[in-house]
Design a protein around this ligand. Structure first.
Ligand code: 5AD
Ligand code: SF4
Length: 478
C-alpha cells in the first residue's frame, strides 16, 4: 500500500520550490500525496522563520496534531525548512511527538530519515552547521544545494516553474534571520541551471522564475569566466520553447546597468523587478545595515526607469524597526509615494533571536504604532497600485493563463470536467499583474490577449480578444 503524505508549506517561493522537490522525491519513493492531514501517515511542515507570526502558526498547527499522534503513534510528523534549522532540538522540546527535524540544507535526506523512523530508530534531527561553528568552507558544505530532477505534476501548473540559481545570503541585514538559516551565499553553475531549464521546457514549461535571496548578486566562476545574472539570462534566452523569464529577489546595490540592459534587450525577460527598499530613512537603513542610502535607492529607481521605462517595480518595507520615529516613517511614506511601485509588501518588524538587531537594538516601537504605520503605508501603496492600473482600461495585455481563478477554485470548478465550457480564469501580464477573465480550460498554459475593462489595486478584469499570435501584436508591455 502506498504511504500517504500530507505537506503544508508557508513562506517564500524558495519554500514552495523545496516542497515541490521533496514531494517529487517522495513520490518516486512510493508516497502518494493526500489533501488532509487526517488521511496521511506522514505529515510534513515546510516552515518559515522570517517573522515570529509564521513560527507561531506552525507551533499551533503542531499542537493540533498532538491528539492524532496519541491515537495513531505510527503517524510520522516532520518539521523541515528554516524553522527546523533555527530551532533544532527546541522543536522536540516544544512538541515532543515530532519525529523529524530537517534543515533546508538536508532536504535530500528526508526519504532515508523517514525510513529510519518507520523502522523504529526514533526521532531524527539533521541540520546544517551554525554560521559561526566552522570555517566558511565547512559551513558552506553543510548546506547542500537540493535540486534533483523535476516532476511537473507537483507544481500548481506545469507551465510555470521556479529554478534556484543560488542558495543562502551573505548580506546580514540586522533584522534578518535568513543568512543564519539558509547559510552562506552559493551560486549554482550556469550549465546546471541551463540543463534544468531545458528539461522543464521539454516537459511543457513556458515561464521560469529564477530564485535567489539576492538573485542579482548571482556570480559563478567557471573555466576562467565569471557568470553574472545578465550573462545567465542571455544564455537562457536562447532556449526554444521558453517564453518568459523572471527573477526574484533583487538587492538594490547589485542592480547594475548590465542587468537592466539585459532586461531591456532580451524579449523573454519580463519587465518586472522586485527590489526591496525596506525603509525610506537613511538612519533606519543604516541601522538595518542595508548598505545603501535613500538617495542611492532613488538613483537606482531612476536608472531602472531610464533603461527599462515599461518595467514594473515592486518593493518590501518593514515598519516599526528599532528606533523608527514618526519622522523616519514619514520619509518611508514619501518614498512609497514617489517610488510608484506596482505594489509593496509591508511588514511589521518582528525581532528574530540571533540577529544583530535582536542582540543590539531595542524593539521600542509599540505594537499599535507598528500596526498603524503598516495600515497607513498599505493605504498609500494601494491607492498608487490602483492609479497605475487604471490607464490599462481599454488596452490589450498579454496573459500567460495559469488556471481557474480563485473564485472558480472556491466553487470547486474541475477544468477537466468542464472542458469546452466557459470558466473564470486567471493569469499574469509581463509586469506580473494578475488578470481575471472568462475563457475555456483549453487556454490554460497559453499566451492570450485580453482587453481590460476594469481594475482595482490588485487585479485587472478583462475579456479574451484572440488566441495568442505572437508577442509582437501586443502594444503594451504591462
Ligand atoms: N521582521 C519583519 N519583516 C522582515 N523581513 C525580513 N526579516 C524581517 C523581520 N525580522 C521582511 C523583509 C524582507 C521580506 C522577505 O521579509 O522586508 O524583504
Ligand atoms: Fe535577509 Fe538582507 Fe539577505 Fe534579504 S538581503 S535575505 S533581507 S539578509
Amino acid at each position: 500500500m502506498p504511504k500517504r503524505l500530507y505537506i503544508e508549506t508557508v513562506g517564500c517561493q524558495m519554500n514552495m520550490l523545496d516542497s515541490e522537490l521533496v514531494v517529487a522525491t517522495l513520490r518516486k519513493a512510493g508516497y502518494q500525496l493526500v489533501d488532509h492531514p487526517r488521511q496521511a501517515d506522514t505529515i510534513l511542515f515546510n516552515t518559515c522563520s522570517v517573522r515570529q507570526h509564521a513560527e507561531d502558526k506552525i507551533y499551533s498547527a503542531l499542537g493540533r496534531l498532538k491528539h492524532a499522534k496519541e491515537h495513531h503513534p505510527d503517524k510520522i510528523i516532520g518539521v523541515m525548512g528554516c524553522m527546523a534549522q533555527k530551532d533544532q532540538r527546541l522543536i522536540f522540546e516544544r512538541a515532543p511527538f515530532v519525529d523529524l527535524v530537517v534543515g533546508p540544507g538536508q532536504l535530500h535526506q528526508i526519504p532515508q530519515l523517514l525510513d529510519k523512523i518507520a523502522a523504529g530508530a526514533g526521532p531524527q534531527l539533521e541540520v546544517s552547521l551554525d554560521r559561526k561553528s566552522g570555517s566558511r568552507d565547512e559551513v558552506q558544505q553543510s548546506f547542500e544545494s537540493y535540486d534533483p530532477l523535476r516532476d511537473p505534476q507537483m507544481r500548481p501548473n506545469r507551465y510555470q516553474a521556479y529554478v534556484r540559481i543560488m542558495i543562502g545570503c551573505d548580506k546580514f541585514c540586522t533584522y534578518c534571520i535568513v543568512p543564519r538559516v539558509r547559510g552562506p551565499e552559493q551560486s549554482r553553475p550556469a550549465a546546471h541551471i541551463e540543463a534544468e531549464v531545458r528539461r522543464l521546457v521539454d516537459e511543457g514549461c513556458r515561464e521560469v522564475t529564477l530564485l535567489g535571496q539576492t538573485v542579482n548578486s548571482y556570480q559563478h566562476h567557471d573555466g576562467g569566466r565569471t557568470w553574472r545574472l545578465a550573462d545567465l539570462l542571455d544564455r537562457l534566452h536562447t532556449i526554444d520553447g521558453l517564453d518568459r523569464l523572471r527573477f526574484v529577489t533583487n538587492y538594490p546595490r547589485d542592480m547594475d546597468d548590465d542587468l537592466l540592459t539585459a532586461v531591456r534587450d532580451l524579449s523573454k525577460v519580463m519587465p518586472y523587478l522586485h527590489v526591496p527598499a525596506q525603509s525610506g530613512s537613511d538612519r533606519i537603513l543604516h541601522r538595518m545595515k542595508r548598505g545603501y542610502t535613500v538617495a542611492e535607492y532613488r538613483d537606482m529607481l531612476a536608472r531602472i526607469r531610464e533603461i527599462v521605462p515599461e518595467a514594473a517595480v515592486t518593493s518590501d518595507f518593514i515598519v516599526g524597526f528599532c528606533g523608527e520615529t514618526e519622522d523616519d516613517f514619514r520619509q518611508t511614506v514619501e518614498l512609497v509615494r514617489q517610488g510608484r511601485f506596482k505594489n509593496s509588501f509591508i511588514f511589521k518588524y518582528s525581532p528574530r533571536p540571533n540577529t544583530k538587531a535582536y542582540e543590539r537594538l531595542d524593539d521600542d516601537v509599540p505594537e499599535e504604532v507598528k500596526r498603524r504605520r503598516n495600515n497607513e503605508l498599505l493605504a498609500v501603496q494601494n491607492a498608487i497600485s490602483e492609479e497605475l492600473n487604471r490607464p490599462l482600461i481599454g488596452h490589450e495585455v498579454e496573459v500567460l493563463v495559469e488556471g481557474p481563478s480563485k473564485a472558480a477554485r472556491k466553487q470547486g470548478v474541475d477544468v477537466e470536467a468542464v472542458e469546452g465550457h466557459v470558466v473564470q480564469l486567471t493569469g499574469r501580464t509581463p509586469c506580473d499583474r494578475i488578470v481575471v477573465f472568462d475563457g475555456t480550460p483549453r487556454q490554460i498554459g497559453q499566451l492570450v490577449s485580453v482587453r481590460i475593462y476594469d481594475v482595482n489595486g490588485f487585479t485587472l478584469f478583462g475579456s479574451v480578444v484572440t488566441q495568442h499570435a505572437g508577442p509582437e501584436v501586443f502594444q503594451l508591455q504591462v
